[in-house]
Design a protein around this ligand. Structure first.
Ligand SMILES: [Zn+2]
Length: 308
């Protein structure tokens, strides 16, 4: 082979190689996974630094700093999600008025769902396109000892909520909404008590991030703020790095909802809703074939009840 032929053969080989390479790249593109979408529901009682109801109530002097802490905990989760490859992140403000996070304070790589009422409340915006769900700043169910600001949906109305006989914190009720759409909850952050309840209900593979340990209902030993955010960021990255470890939470249908009110006058109102059985003075129950329908009915029964 002379020099010119060698060059010609090499060129053909290179061209063929380049063609094969781009074909392989195109094939890879063809089977590439869809962009990773992550959904974050953020409550306030389990946010780093929060220990008292004044801090989670708008109009108080202490509310301003606490809503900044809320944004910073969320931003830590957003950063961890991005590091895990998240392409789209939705953040649903899920506390009180649901206008706690100042949009200017949120990491611009996330989209904010702000305000209320929203039909799915703390889970508004969830759909099957999300790969995973994170719960930031969550709290333990009503009646939990040594739990920061423990309550379930409404502190003045709800004493307990059971689904299929299991007493549920908000994290369980909301995880079942995510599960309805096939989305697993892979991380919960908050105090030690909510972390325990997350494992009890969603299993050992869920990542929990403990940002404080309650000393009664209105005091807690806090993880230092920078460390707390570092743990949330690392937890989000870890949880999203092993998708598939936690399965979507799907209680078995049909769903028996039991709502225990604080006082019988509240049950008097809820009992007017069609299809509801009064189990005792303060407890109503009903059965739903569809979880979302049941959840909406439950919310209506809570919202029509007068405050204590
Ligand atoms: Zn809340």
């Amino acid at each position: 082979m002379n020099k010119r032929m060698t060059v010609a053969v090499l060129s053909v080989a290179l061209l063929a190689g380049a063609a094969l390479f781009s074909l392989a790249a195109a094939q890879q593109k063809g089977v590439a996974k869809p962009p990773l979408r992550v959904y974050i529901s953020v409550d306030m009682e389990g946010i780093s630094g929060v220990v008292h109801s004044d801090q989670v109530t708008s109009g108080t002097p202490e509310y301003g700093p606490a809503r900044k802490w809320m944004a910073q905990d969320v931003n830590a989760a957003v950063q961890g999600a991005v590091e895990a490859g998240a392409a789209e992140i939705a953040v649903n403000d899920s506390h009180g008025s649901m206008r706690n996070i100042d949009p200017d304070e949120l990491d611009p790589r996330a989209t904010l769902i702000s305000g209320s009422p929203k039909p799915l409340s703390m889970m508004e915006g969830i759909d099957p396109s999300f790969a995973a769900c994170l719960f930031i700043g969550y709290h333990a169910k009503a009646g939990t000892a040594d739990a920061t600001l423990d309550h379930t949906i409404s502190g003045s109305v709800v004493r307990s909520i059971r689904v299929n006989g299991v007493e549920m914190p908000e994290l369980g009720l909301n995880a079942a909404i995510a599960g309805y759409y096939g989305v697993p909850v892979v991380l919960v952050s908050g105090d030690a008590a909510v972390c325990r309840q997350a494992v009890e209900i969603l299993g050992r593979d869920i990542v929990t991030v403990q940002v404080k340990e309650a000393i009664g209902r209105l005091a807690a030993k806090l993880v230092p703020m920078p460390e707390s955010r570092r743990l949330i960021r690392a937890g989000a990255k870890e949880a999203l790095g092993r998708l598939g470890a936690v399965k979507p939470f799907k209680p078995a249908a049909p769903y028996k909802f039991e709502l225990g009110y604080h006082v019988s006058a509240q049950a008097d109102m809820g009992a007017m809703v069609p299809g509801v059985t009064r189990q005792d003075a303060r407890t109503l129950s009903f059965v739903a074939d569809d979880y979302i329908e049941g959840f909406l009915k439950l919310r209506a029964m809570i919202n029509i009840a007068p405050a204590r």
